[in-house]
Design a protein around this ligand. Structure first.
Ligand code: AMP
Length: 419
């Protein structure tokens, strides 16, 4: 790792979705968060924006505002304007690099890369696999290349962590040429998060990651499980797209594909309607009309039967994945709960692990009920498998990987020649 001394440089992390842009600015060398924010692009020419940053007194200040975003002034420019307006980044040359979350790296990218024209073309070629996300990621990259051409940009792929999955795990049982011609295979997502929490768990357990078998459960609005053998991913629940696997906020997860043929024949639903049904109107929302786990938990406790069913289905699917990944891994050292639900919902953790005592998984209900802002073990003394809650931090992981790429590339950028 480069010795930064007391030189002050920053890394900006951008996570652009189809209708929003999240950003976080870190100072080096200690990866302290200088500012984080969210811009939601709306059809009106004013987009809601929020930015939080620490102020001198040690407290944080939150700005809630609206910013003009137009085609000529997209969200990225608005974000740069916001950072400047509050003197958080007076000069872009303060930036050592910009790290982008890029959703789909296909088979082309096994690790983060420094962005150049070839990388841009490769991300472009992957648009059919992520039609909503990759274009949004690309437009941010392109705009910043115009705006701050001298600042290196790094792409960190959501799929990269899963590129170690062996062929028998990533292929679907379909005619082989669908893979060779159309690249239909399991790619997996949430890779940055699974990789981050796995390393955090190894550090917490004080054991080398490459000696650990881990089941990582990222449970948020999107949810996925990963089986990690000796530190490398060997299977994951999301597939060609983030629709497969666990029950999610609005996505169905696993189902019999023949349901689609049946629905199409019976109701005349077309492709777009089916896509919408499975991605936006299913999962928790489909079961109980609500996709926020906090509301569902509350309603379930008050006796709402649909909410109880949604909770039961959500946790039962997780339990099935735990079981199948125990078999795939041939022995598990630890299970990690992360993501908004995994980190915060004691009831989901409890129900997902209920009855797994014969397999060496027992949760300590008191430890589980505590609020966990930091890494914490929640298994009981009789549990042979450790169960951990590990807060994820995808932005920090992207910032770290961005720095790593820069260090490896031995680039010297920024006015301080810090890297
Ligand atoms: P994420 O996509 O990781 O931001 O997670 C969003 C999900 O986490 C939503 O379903 C929230 O309801 C859920 N969540 C956040 N806080 C809590 C909490 N305290 N208890 C239960 N679920 C929570």
């Amino acid at each position: 790792m480069h010795d930064f001394g007391d030189i002050f440089v920053k890394i900006l992390v951008i996570n652009s979705g189809s209708s929003s842009l999240k950003f976080q600015l870190f100072s080096l060398p200690d990866f302290k968060v200088i500012a984080s924010g969210l811009l939601e692009e709306s059809d009106d020419e004013q987009s809601p924006a929020r930015m939080t940053f620490p102020v001198n007194s040690g407290e944080t200040r939150t700005i809630n505002t609206t910013l003009p975003t137009t085609q000529e002034r997209p969200a990225i420019s608005a974000m740069l304007g916001l950072l400047r307006a509050y003197d958080i980044m007076d000069d872009e040359n303060d930036l050592a690099a910009i790290g982008h979350r890029v959703v789909h790296g296909g088979e082309a990218f096994h690790e983060p890369v420094l962005i150049d024209e070839d990388v841009i073309k490769a991300i472009e070629k992957l648009i059919p696999l992520a039609p909503l996300h990759n274009p949004a990621n690309l437009s941010g990259i392109r705009l910043l290349r115009e705006h701050v051409p001298d600042i290196p940009q790094v792409a960190v792929f959501d799929t990269a962590f899963h590129q170690t999955i062996p062929e028998h795990g990533f292929l679907y049982a379909l005619p082989h040429e669908l893979y060779t011609k159309h690249k239909i295979r399991r790619y997996g997502f949430h890779g940055t998060s699974h990789g981050y929490v796995a390393r955090q768990a190894a550090e917490y357990l004080d054991r080398p990651l490459d000696e650990l078998n881990i089941i990582s459960l990222h449970l948020g609005n999107g949810a996925s499980a990963a089986a990690i053998k000796n530190g490398k991913c060997i299977d994951t629940s999301m597939g060609l797209t983030p629709l497969e696997g666990l029950v999610m906020g609005t996505r169905s997860g696993d189902l019999d594909p023949a349901i689609l043929f049946y629905l199409s024949r019976e109701t005349g639903m077309n492709m777009d309607e089916l896509d919408n049904l499975l991605n936006k109107a299913s999962g928790l929302k489909g079961i109980c009309d609500e996709n926020d786990m906090r509301t569902i938990t509350k309603s379930a406790a008050q006796g709402d039967q649909r909410a109880q069913l949604a909770l039961a289905m959500f946790c039962y699917r997780i339990k099935k994945y735990i079981g199948s990944y125990m078999a795939a891994l041939g022995g598990v050292d630890c299970i990690i709960f992360t993501g908004g639900i995994g980190e915060n919902s004691a009831i989901v953790r409890k129900m997902s692990c209920a009855g797994l005592h014969p397999f060496g998984i027992t949760i300590d209900q008191e430890k589980n009920a505590l609020r966990h802002k930091k890494r914490a073990a929640i298994h009981s003394t009789e549990s042979s498998i450790q169960v951990l809650v590990v807060p994820t931090n995808e932005e920090l992981e992207i910032a770290r990987q961005t720095l790593q790429v820069l260090t490896t590339a031995s680039l010297h950028k920024g006015k301080n020649n810090a890297i």
